[in-house]
Design a protein around this ligand. Sequence first.
Ligand code: NAD
Length: 495
Amino acid sequence: MTNVRDYGNWIEGAWLRGASSVERRSPANGELLARFADSGEKEVDLAVQAARRAFDDRSVWSALPGSERGKAIGRWIDLLVRDTEKLARMEAEEVGKPVRFGRGETEWSIELARYAAALAWQIPSDLVNHAGDANLGLIVREPRGVIGMITPWNFPLVTLFQKLPYALAAGCTVVIKPSELTSSTTLEIAALAKEAGIPDGVINVVTGSGKTVGEALTGHRGVDMISFTGSTAVGKRIAARAAEQMKRVGLELGGKAANVVFADADIDAALDGVLFGYILNQGEECVQGTRLLIEESIAGEFVSKLVERSKRIRIGLPEDPEADLGALIHEQHMEKVLDYIQSGLDEGARLELGGNRLTDAPFGRGYYVAPTIFSNVTPGMKIFREEIFGPVLAVTTFKTVSEAIVLANDTNYGLGNGLWTKDIDKAIQVSRELKSGTVSVNTFLETSVQMPFGGYKESGVGRENGLDGLLEYTEVKSIFIKVGKRAHALPHTAS
Ligand code: NAD
């Protein structure tokens, strides 16, 4: 048995123990991993007050030269690098993912922080001389204030690092509410920030459920913005509640991405991209390629090759260094994925592979679902329309380019899509017509710190990463400065 981690909340640079706690057990084998403080309104209020003080005292963080903030984030990055292996293992254990993906996630989070730190040196501003020499117009960007960050369990570190370093670079202070299932790495990186010399109160973490901590944070008047990553249902509730106070929101929500494969594609590359696209992170991935739209003339051969390749996917415990696929997050979620599989069968899709829970040792004590492929899927079926969040692929055929575009866009979501073709004109046309924040051509699940990430339609509001990711955490102010003597507005009142 691993050592059980026991955490309090992290408020103003110190641990604050909770009166009660929630337990996190391994989704791979049921072992107790960690206890997190089960907090409520009181702890949220303490954390928001701490973040408020750190923000309002301009000498602490918000009005430091950007270079100072950038250097402090840089020192923090050194500690994240030092502790990469520890963070990767925690992430793998709590989420149920293979450790090499926990490592990849930690390294990518550090990359995001490096880029954000560099942005701190030069927060964009502008100058307008609307009256020639007689004025100076300054357009400045100020930090938005105290940011409430609410994150999910599937990529606890990456979803946080698409927010946190950008908000810090901009000069904001934060209160983070991580998922109650996967809070360890968030608490660890907050404590590392203190070791790096980031002032107390700049980063605070309150753990507990969405219903208590999440609701209290969203409704707190001391919070200027909520930056949320999670389900569309919760995102809508947060947007509605935030609107009551005109609180700003950034929302990264669900997805139902399609991989569109044309007959003229590099088939080997497309098979690889489609396969990785539906099983990465057990399919618990907002940009998962959960739908395959395939040109009819190559569908039969493509699907049988995909099934053959999928049989070679290595399923494993989190510590297995070579595993490709791990456990789902908890029993209830596994049941939900199995219900979607049943609905596929009931609605007449053809099961090509999988469809079952793994019950043999060593997986029987965990929540493992086999890679699953359905063909003959039509747009009316639940597995075509709803976010499954498991290793399940729904295959639908098309005959023409325009039919492919209609099918890909036939969803309320719009986070990402992929397309595979060697015809450059077709690639550009389809990229332009797909309604999603990300489109990948002859590749899938690529990401870059410089490129904005976010959703069309019900996949969200706002963008993370890139310069846009920084600007989300700023407020624009126009400063009008008169140069020289100002002409009287009402000359007859002047003497
Ligand atoms: P979730 O919406 O259930 O929970 C997300 C977070 O919100 C958790 O911390 C939870 O405790 C909190 N929460 C729950 N109810 C709340 C409430 N009423 N008020 C405030 N906070 C509340 O999502 P999840 O199950 O943790 O994560 C899976 C979802 O996240 C999927 O829909 C997935 O597509 C989405 N996701 C999106 C992205 C993206 O970048 N677009 C990335 C990862 C995950």
